[in-house]
Write a protein that binds this ligand. Structure first.
Ligand code: FES
Length: 69
């Protein structure tokens, strides 16, 4: 997942991925451009959409980084 890329690259994004991809935090919330959103290989699951509902400044092109594969 994109969360794995952040972790494996030692990127210091404060608080990003707090639940380590267990879909319980939404700290990995990303706002994609429409082009990027449309090109992602997987669509959000119901569980991801439920967690996104709790994300700050949710948009139509929001995703959770831990769910992008
Ligand atoms: Fe918690 Fe993605 S890391 S929902």
């Amino acid at each position: 997942s994109l969360l794995d890329v952040v972790i494996n690259s030692n990127l210091d994004l404060d608080g990003f991925g707090a639940c380590e991809g267990t879909l319980t935090c939404s700290t990995c919330h990303l706002i994609c451009s429409q082009e990027t959103y449309d090109s992602l290989p997987n669509k959000p699951s119901e569980e991801e959409l439920d967690m996104l509902d709790l994300a700050y400044e949710l948009t139509d092109t929001s995703r959770l980084g831990c769910q992008i594969i």
